[in-house]
Ligand binder design. Structure first.
Ligand SMILES: C[S@@+](CC[C@H](N)C(=O)[O-])C[C@H]1O[C@@H](n2cnc3c(N)ncnc32)[C@H](O)[C@@H]1O
Length: 210
């Protein structure tokens, strides 16, 4: 999806992906991130998962294209961030939450800082197939070797739903990472896909990024 697509979604408040509460799989498998302090959250929107991770003792660094989403996150949590502008990026910080406004694909490790774990909910599946390899390639440049994290995917029959979210199959996820453990696989019950009666499978993986 082009940046213009996402900017329009936010401007028109078409953010059905925003759960408004911590993701149930993150709540269930949070302990998989134990001992890993600073969590990178790609394509983070204004997810409640950011606050949930911070409330559970993690530092968080999220990356989001649409700056207004980040402004909304801090306002909704009654936090007053500092804002630093570096080239095309704006870095918002409050307490242990750092949110970087700007394009994922041009990020540098210096902007992101140290990362101990990753958490991907609705990031990989937000991207079309031809863009996903570049997303993963960038992710691998931003974390040290042997970094683990959680990835949540959705899978449905080709053509059953007009993306996003895109269907991402089990084999594709396994192809991106050197080590993958499927920790949960269940029928999808949330969001517009379920509301429209489209059968889909939600999977949660523990992955070694590189
Ligand atoms: C499906 S939403 C998921 C948001 C969040 N992970 C959640 O669970 O609510 C995908 C997000 O990725 C953002 N996005 C899309 N392309 C991006 C890019 N190139 N760089 C950074 N963020 C991007 C969009 O603005 C949108 O907020």
């Amino acid at each position: 999806m082009e940046p213009a697509f996402w900017r329009a979604r936010w401007a028109e408040h078409k953010i059905g992906f925003h759960e408004g509460r911590p993701n149930a799989l993150l709540e269930q498998y949070l302990t998989r991130l134990d001992g890993r302090f600073r969590v990178l959250v790609p394509l983070c929107g204004k997810s409640e998962d950011l606050a949930f991770l911070a409330a559970n003792g993690h530092a968080v660094v999220g990356v989001e294209l649409v700056e207004d989403a980040i402004v909304q996150f801090f306002a909704e949590h009654a936090l007053t961030p500092t804002v630093e502008r570096l080239g095309d990026y704006a870095i918002y910080k409050a307490q242990e939450i750092t949110l970087i406004a700007g394009d994922w694909f041009a990020l540098t490790p210096e902007l992101v800082g140290h990362v101990d774990a990753i958490y991907d909910r609705a990031a990989l599946i937000a991207l079309p197939p031809d863009v996903r390899p570049a997303y993963i390639a960038k992710l691998k440049t931003l974390v040290p070797p042997a970094t683990w994290g959680l990835v949540i995917s959705i899978d449905y029959a080709e053509g059953a739903w007009q993306a996003p979210p895109h269907a991402v199959g089990d084999a594709e996820v396994r192809g991106y990472f050197p080590a993958v453990e499927l920790v949960s696989e269940q029928a999808n019950t949330g969001g517009r896909i379920a509301e429209n009666g489209v059968p889909a499978t939600e999977r949660c993986y523990s992955v070694q990024v590189c």
